[in-house]
Write a protein that binds this ligand. Structure first.
Ligand SMILES: [Zn+2]
Ligand SMILES: [Zn+2]
Length: 329
């Protein structure tokens, strides 16, 4: 007979994914699943920059056991292209891109990257992973103009021969590298900025950025979670990853957590939840906020080598930890 805890986990999986085809945390599939051994994540767009240029945006290159995935593409058309060049990183062998959500500070560089890199390698950035809702029409209050810049990016990409793959549930993109699909939100974190609306047949509805998704990488040392802007909520995302792949320690959390304007009590709650997940490293980029990184560092007792404000070119290695470069060390 199933124990109450197992029933609870299975129920949570069915409710949260709408399917049971996602990985189970049972012992047998746990043993069968691939654990990434070599993992490096390099920041290619964020605000702080000592090499390349900084901007309000996010992008990171994920290299897991020799497989490479670009996660988000920055705000300005040229930023990630130029930063990668300056850092000596060749993106032309990267075929797969993840767009965490529709905001232009995550999708603005995609078309330029595709056009530039496909000249050298036709398959470069030819497959784009997204979640349902990313192409929904949006409006800002008081304006009739289309507020979703990624609709235009989609047509340009498709004209170039690239394809979009829509994910409604978790998917293993390469061995040990899982795309979350849409993240259930049991905690009311509400991590987003000025209100916008989604255009539906029944009128405008508040935009909660339902398509927001993350990468969850299963390593020998625990889970590494990469988020773009954290709109689904930092804790919602981390806890979903631990429900999907087993309640392992959170080896690292990397990306934009959208906590720059969070209250002291929200930061304390978030830090307590991350500490409970045994957070090892925090590379807080983009909209995490500088004070939020320092506060979580203190509250979760991480110390300066384990919680760092991300700069362009900063990286996380699953074995060696964070390389913060010069200024943020
Ligand atoms: Zn956003
Ligand atoms: Zn953002």
């Amino acid at each position: 007979m199933l124990s109450p805890r197992v029933i609870c986990v299975l129920t949570a999986l069915v409710l949260s994914t709408g399917a049971v085809s996602s990985p189970s945390s049972s012992d047998s599939s746990e043993r069968a699943r691939h654990k990434v051994k070599s993992l490096k994540i390099t920041i290619l767009s964020t605000m702080l920059a000592e090499a390349g240029v900084g901007e309000w945006g996010f992008a990171a290159l994920v290299e897991a056991d020799g497989r490479r995935i670009l996660f988000d593409t920055g705000l300005r058309p040229e930023t990630v292209l130029q930063n990668a060049r300056e850092l000596g990183i060749d993106l032309s062998s990267v075929t797969d891109v993840v767009l965490s959500h529709h905001h232009g500070d995550h999708t603005g560089g995609l078309l330029t990257l595709r056009r530039e890199l496909a000249g050298k390698t036709p398959t470069a950035l030819s497959r784009v992973h997204v979640a349902p809702g990313i192409f929904s029409s949006r409006r800002r209050s008081g304006s009739e103009k289309e507020a979703n810049p990624t609709i235009e990016v989609k047509s340009g990409m498709e004209a170039s021969g690239a394809v979009f793959v829509e994910h409604r549930e978790p998917k293993e993109l390469s061995p040990g590298v899982w795309l979350s699909g849409p993240v259930p939100r049991p905690h009311p974190e509400r991590n987003w900025g000025p209100p916008a609306s989604i255009v539906t047949s029944g009128g405008l509805v508040a935009d909660s950025i339902p398509e927001d998704m993350a990468l969850i990488i299963e390593t020998d040392r625990g889970l590494v979670v990469v988020v773009g802007c954290g709109h689904a909520g930092t804790v919602n995302t981390v806890e979903y990853g631990r429900r999907l792949l087993g309640p392992k320690r959170l080896h690292a959390l990397i990306g934009g957590l959208h906590l720059f304007a969070a209250t002291d009590s929200t930061l304390a709650w978030t830090a307590a939840r991350l500490e409970a997940a045994d957070l090892g490293y925090l590379l807080g980029a983009h909209c995490t906020g500088i004070e939020a990184v320092f506060r979580i560092r203190e509250l979760a007792a991480l110390g300066r080598r384990r919680a760092v404000v991300a700069a362009v070119g900063a990286s996380f290695d699953a074995t060696k930890g964070i390389d913060p470069l010069t200024l943020a060390q």
